[in-house]
Design a protein around this ligand. Structure first.
Ligand code: FE
Length: 149
């Protein structure tokens, strides 16, 4: 019915790290985040944040075909929410990020993030769980890279 791994605050507190991160203007969000995680050795964690982009590409997974359909919005948008997590797959940093952006007319677009170009600012909060293993495996049924604990 479910699988889980326990993040015991009492045990992990001395090993956890909380980073407040400001990405440079014009960088690609996923690339910059992955570089930060690699630099700090973060292999499990949680990401939240806000900011602004000039372009964002989302992926929609069609469960019937297990194929991703990509769509790019090339316009200035506010990031109203970044929600994501950090894990590892095949020994590499694996980011799973969802992004919601508001457009000039205040309508919103969003989804599973493939890439986004920062234009303005991007302010993130990253909680790293340094003693918890969170891996991934390619799941055949869903076509997703699911958690492996
Ligand atoms: Fe997703």
């Amino acid at each position: 019915m479910y699988k889980y791994t326990k993040v015991d605050q009492k045990e992990l507190l001395p090993f956890n790290s909380r980073y407040i991160v400001s990405l440079d203007n014009h960088v690609e969000l996923v690339e910059a985040l992955a570089a930060f995680c690699r630099k700090k050795g973060i292999k499990a964690g949680q990401i939240s944040g806000i900011g602004a982009v000039s372009e964002a590409t989302f992926r929609f997974l069609d469960p019937a075909t297990k194929q991703y359909v990509d769509k790019t919005f090339a316009e200035q948008m506010e990031i109203t929410s970044i929600a994501g997590n950090i894990s590892e797959k095949d020994g590499q940093v694996y980011l799973h990020i969802h992004l919601t952006c508001s457009r000039r007319d205040y309508s919103c677009v969003g989804g599973h993030l493939l890439s986004a170009r920062i234009n303005g600012a991007c302010e993130l909060l990253i909680d790293a769980f340094h003693t918890t293993f969170v891996g991934r495996y390619a799941d055949e049924e869903t076509g997703l890279n699911l958690y492996k604990f």
